[in-house]
Write a protein that binds this ligand. Structure first.
Ligand code: ZN
Length: 267
């Protein structure tokens, strides 16, 4: 007896962008000089009776400090999807880098789902080294520790079914405790890879992104994501501007702001 899995809708919301070069995104650089901009997203998973937000983006203040082009507050922008931020109950944090966990304080009624290994690393001995510490905002990490004291943090050790058809999968390498999200949709199982693969090219050419804690683990994560996704067209990278081009906008007014990931991409 197999019970039918719910079919979720998934939206990618673009909230910031920056100019960058190809060589910025691959360990060992890239033989081709040329631009390769980076977009910043949060993702929204809408089920029959529940909404999950995946990551919370960064704030305007952090954008200014880090010289990112901030387009819109990712939390206020939930209203574009008719979602009241006060009503968000569940936030999946793929990892604790500044561009994924800022704004947690703007979701007063949410609990947060995170791998324990990620929190251990972000509060551990390596953050004193700029290479590892740079990706975290001190106030974000302190804030997540406080969420734990307030019983608003669910910490996992490995893969976990969060809801029928919605599972979390440990996929470290970029960070020590990164998790990806597998979602059942009308087109099959889609994997939100987040920064397990910043761009399509990282996973498709087996060239990890420059920020990494364990290169071999990144490669293992690539293979795990491929096993979890129904096809390569079911893998959604964390920062690739192509996502906005390949998937349809939710409406003409939301062109280049919100796209649907639960429908097939254009060729
Ligand atoms: Zn990121």
């Amino acid at each position: 007896m197999t019970e039918k899995l719910p079919e979720y809708k998934i939206f990618a919301l673009k909230y910031a962008t920056r100019e960058a070069r190809r060589a910025d995104h691959f360990i060992g650089g890239d033989p081709h000089a040329g631009p390769m901009p980076m977009d910043y997203f949060t993702w929204v998973i809408v089920g029959p009776d529940r909404v999950f937000l995946v990551d919370t983006g960064f704030t305007a203040e952090t954008a200014a400090r880090r010289k990112r082009r901030f387009l819109r507050c990712p939390i206020e922008s939930l209203r574009l999807l008719d979602i009241d931020p006060d009503a968000v109950t569940d936030v999946i944090l793929t990892h604790l880098h500044y561009d994924h966990v800022g704004n947690f304080h703007k979701l007063p009624h949410a609990r947060f789902h995170l791998q324990e290994r990620e929190l251990a690393f972000a509060t551990g001995r390596y953050v004193r080294y700029p290479y590892f510490g740079h990706g975290f905002e001190e106030e974000d990490i302190v804030g997540v520790v406080r969420l734990n004291f307030k019983r608003r943090l669910e910490l996992y050790e490995g893969d976990m079914e969060r809801a029928p058809g919605l599972t979390l999968h440990f996929a470290p390498g970029h960070t020590a405790g990164l998790q990806v999200v597998r979602v059942h949709t009308q087109r099959g199982h889609v994997v939100l890879a987040s920064d397990a693969s910043h761009y399509y090219e990282n996973i498709r050419t087996n060239r990890p992104f420059i920020a990494v804690v364990d290169i071999s683990a990144v490669l293992d994560a690539f293979r795990k994501i491929e096993r979890l996704a129904d096809s390569s067209h079911h893998i959604i990278p964390g920062h690739d501007p192509l996502v906005m081009q390949q998937y349809p906008a939710l409406s003409p007014a939301l062109q280049d702001i919100v796209v649907r990931l639960d429908v097939d991409p254009a060729e």
